[in-house]
Design a protein around this ligand. Structure first.
Ligand code: AGP
Length: 607
C-alpha cells in the first residue's frame, strides 16, 4: 500500500508533489520517487528511505516540469532498493509511471513481453505496466493504456507521464483508491483526497478500470472502451493540517487526544432521559434494527480487536448472537448469510483491501452492511449501506490508538441502542450511559499516571518476549495491548486468554518472558488470580493492570498499575490506554521510529 500523488498546473509541480507525498507517508515509507517531462525528456529522482531523503536529492537538481507524479512505497514485489523504487519506465524511457497495488498476472505478462525482446531492470510487478503500455503505443496514448488495462489483473492505481504529452498526467484505477482534485486552473491526483484537500475540495473518485487524462484545465475519464461522465463531489470540511503540536510523535499526541476523541464519539449520540443511544447518520428504520437476529463483524488488526469486544457486548447486553471474523480469512469462505443478518465492517481507514473484499462478498449475498469508519469518502463509506463515524480526526501514527477507543465507544453506543430496542430497561440503559460519560475523565486519570507508567516501562524494556493475559473483555484487550507492543517496539508479545495458558504457552513462562496481566474484569477476577499464582510458581515476572486495589494481588505480582473502576465492558478503554503508554515508553527507550514502524503502513490497500 503505497501513496501516489500528482499535480499539473502553474505552481512548482515538484514542490507540490513532495508536499503531497509527505501527507501520504503513512501509506508506506521504504523508498520514494517522482518524475515529470522536461524538454520532452522524462526527468526523475528516486531514493531508498523516507521522503526527506528524496527531497534532499531533488533539491540538488533543477527540475522545471508542468506536471509531476510521485510515489512513496511499501514494497510488495522486490526489496526496498533504488532500482525497485518508483517511478518505472519503458526501454526508451518515453514514459514514467508510479503504482499502488499488485498486478497479480505480472509473471505471465513479463514472460510475454520478454518473448517480444523486452528486458526488465527491476523485480517489481509495476515495471510490467510501463513496458506493456509502451508495447501498445503508436501515438495514441489513451488507446495504448486501454489495451494494457484490458490485460491487467489485480488491484492497481497508477499515475503516468509521457514525454509526448508534457502537460498532462494519466491516472488508471482498479480496486485501489485514486482521487482527482479539481483546482482553479490546476489539478491534483492522490491515493487519499486529504493530501490535496488543502488546495481544493472538488474531487472525482475513480472507480474500477477507469482511466483519466488530467490537465490543468480539463479532466476527462474513460473506461477501457468509452468516455465516461463523472460527477465531482465536495470533500467534507474535515480537519486542518495535521501537526504533532508539542508532542514528539503523532502516536503520543493521539494517545493524549483520547479524552477529547471519546467525547467526540459520544457527542449528541445519547438520550439520558431514555437511557439509550441515537445516531443521526443512521437511516435504518427501527423495524430494520428490530429484525436483526445476528450480527457478523468483519475487520482486520486493531479494528478486529474492537470487533471482538463488540461481539461480547452484543451477545451479553443486546442478546444478539454476534460472530466476528478476520476479513482476510472470511473473504475466502463461502459464508452463509441468513436473513436477519446485519454485517458490521470496522475499519479506521476505510481502505483495508481485505475488509473491502469481505463486504463485497456479503453484499453479493444480499446482506446489509453497516460501516464503522474514521474517514469520510473512503471506499468502505462509499460501499457500505450506512456508516457510523468515529469523529476521532485524522490518525497519522501507524499504530492505531485513539481510533480503537473510539471504535469501542461507538460500538458500545450501537449495542445500547439495540439492547434498549429489545429487553433492556431504561435504568440499566442509563447506568451504561453514565459509565460511558465517565470514560473521558477516567482516561485522563490514566494519562496523569504517565510518568509512573514510564518508570514501569524502564523495568521491562530489555525483555524480548511478553505474554498479555486476561479473561472475557480483557482477552481482546490483551490482543490489542500485545499488538501495540509488537508494532511499536518489535518485541514478540502475545495476547492470550488466561484460561488457555496451561494448555501449552505455560511452557514459555520463566524469568525471561514477563506477563502483563489485565485484571479489570470483575466477573473472572478470582479465576485470573489463580492463573497468576500458576505463573508465579514458575518464576514468571508479572505486571498487573487492575481496577480494584487488592493487597492479595500485590503479594502475587511484581508491579501493578491501577486504573479507575468501570463496567467490565468499558474497562477495556482505561486499561488499553495503559498498554498504549507502556508500549510507547518501551519503544521510546529503545529508540524506535514510533510513528513509522518498519515494514508497516497505516492502511493496507493490498491483499
Ligand atoms: C493497528 O495499529 C495497525 N495499524 C493495523 O492492525 C490496523 O488496525 C489494520 O491494518 C486495520 O486497519 P483499518 O482499521 O484501517 O482497517
Amino acid at each position: 500500500m503505497c501513496g501516489i500523488f500528482g499535480y499539473v498546473g502553474a505552481r512548482n509541480a515538484i514542490d507540490i508533489v513532495i508536499e503531497g507525498l509527505r501527507r501520504l507517508e503513512y501509506r508506506g515509507y521504504d523508498s520514494a520517487g517522482l518524475a515529470g517531462v522536461q524538454e520532452n525528456q522524462i526527468v526523475f529522482s528516486k531514493e531508498v528511505g523516507k521522503i526527506s531523503v528524496l527531497e534532499r536529492e531533488v533539491r540538488k537538481q533543477t527540475f522545471q516540469v508542468p506536471a509531476a507524479i510521485a510515489q512513496t512505497r511499501w514494497a510488495t514485489h522486490g526489496k526496498a532498493t533504488q532500482v525497485n523504487a518508483h517511478p518505472h519506465f519503458d526501454k526508451e524511457r518515453s514514459l514514467a509511471l508510479v503504482h499502488n497495488g499488485i498486478i497479480e498476472n505480472h509473471d505471465d505478462l513479463r514472460r510475454g513481453l520478454k518473448d517480444q525482446g523486452v528486458s526488465f531492470v527491476s523485480e517489481t510487478d509495476t515495471e510490467v505496466v510501463a513496458h506493456l503500455i509502451a508495447y501498445h503505443y503508436d501515438g495514441d496514448l489513451l488507446g495504448a493504456i486501454q489495451q494494457a488495462v484490458a490485460q491487467l489483473k489485480g488491484a492497481y492505481a497508477v499515475a503516468l507521464v509521457h514525454r509526448d504529452f508534457p502537460d498532462q498526467i494519466i491516472a488508471i484505477a482498479h480496486e485501489a483508491p485514486l482521487v482527482i482534485g479539481i483546482g482553479n486552473h490546476e489539478a491534483f491526483l492522490s491515493s487519499d483526497p486529504r493530501a490535496f484537500a488543502f488546495y481544493t475540495r472538488q474531487a472525482i473518485y475513480l472507480s474500477n478500470s477507469e482511466i483519466a487524462i488530467i490537465k490543468a484545465e480539463t479532466q476527462h475519464v474513460y473506461s477501457t472502451h468509452a468516455s465516461i461522465d463523472k460527477e465531482y463531489c465536495l470533500l467534507e470540511q474535515e480537519f486542518g493540517e495535521p501537526s504533532k503540536g508539542e508532542f514528539e510523535h503523532y502516536t503520543l499526541k493521539e494517545i493524549y487526544e483520547q479524552p477529547q476523541t471519546i467525547r467526540n464519539a459520544l457527542a449528541s449520540r445519547f438520550v439520558v432521559e431514555y437511557g439509550t443511544a441515537i445516531f443521526e447518520e443512521l437511516t435504518f428504520e427501527d423495524r430494520d434494527l428490530l429484525s436483526v437476529e445476528r450480527v457478523l463483524i468483519l475487520a482486520c488488526g486493531t479494528s478486529w480487536h474492537a470487533g471482538c469486544i463488540a461481539a461480547y457486548m452484543l451477545g451479553e447486553l443486546a442478546h444478539i448472537s454476534a460472530q466476528v471474523e478476520i476479513s482476510s480469512e472470511f473473504r475466502y469462505k463461502n459464508p452463509l448469510i441468513p436473513p436477519g443478518t446485519l454485517v458490521i465492517a470496522i475499519s479506521q481507514s476505510g481502505e483495508t483491501a481485505d475488509t473491502i473484499a469481505a463486504i463485497r462478498e456479503v453484499k453479493a449475498k444480499g446482506a446489509r452492511v453497516l460501516g464503522v469508519c474514521n474517514v469520510q469518502g473512503s471506499t468502505l463509506v462509499r460501499e457500505a449501506d450506512e456508516t457510523l463515524f468515529l469523529k476521532a480526526g485524522p490518525e497519522i501514527g501507524v499504530c492505531s490508538t485513539k481510533a480503537f477507543t473510539s471504535q469501542v465507544v461507538v460500538l458500545s453506543l450501537f449495542t445500547l441502542l439495540m439492547a434498549r430496542m429489545r429487553h433492556m430497561n431504561k435504568t440499566e440503559g442509563q447506568e451504561i450511559l453514565e459509565e460511558l460519560l465517565h470514560l473521558p475523565e477516567q482516561v485522563q486519570t490514566v494519562l496523569d499516571q504517565a510518568s509512573y507508567i514510564a518508570e514501569i516501562a524502564r523495568k521491562y524494556v530489555d525483555y524480548e518476549s511478553f505474554f498479555f493475559l486476561g479473561r472475557r473483555y480483557m482477552y481482546p484487550t490483551c490482543l490489542e495491548g500485545a499488538l501495540k507492543l509488537k508494532e511499536m517496539s518489535y518485541i514478540n508479545a502475545n495476547g492470550y486468554a488466561a484460561g488457555e495458558v496451561k494448555h501449552g504457552p505455560l511452557a514459555l513462562i520463566g524469568e525471561q518472558c514477563p506477563v502483563v496481566a489485565l485484571c479489570a474484569d470483575r466477573i473472572t477476577y478470582g479465576k485470573l488470580l489463580g492463573n497468576l499464582m500458576e505463573i508465579k510458581a514458575r518464576h514468571g515476572k508479572i505486571l498487573a493492570i487492575a481496577s480494584q486495589k487488592d493487597r492479595h494481588l500485590e503479594e502475587i505480582v511484581d508491579d501493578v498499575i491501577y486504573v479507575p473502576v468501570s463496567r467490565d465492558e468499558l474497562a477495556v478503554i482505561p486499561v488499553t490506554v495503559v498498554t498504549q503508554l507502556l508500549a510507547y515508553n518501551i519503544a521510546q527507550l529503545r529508540g524506535m521510529d514510533i510513528d513509522h514502524p518498519r515494514h508497516l503502513a497505516k492502511s493496507v490497500t493490498v491483499e
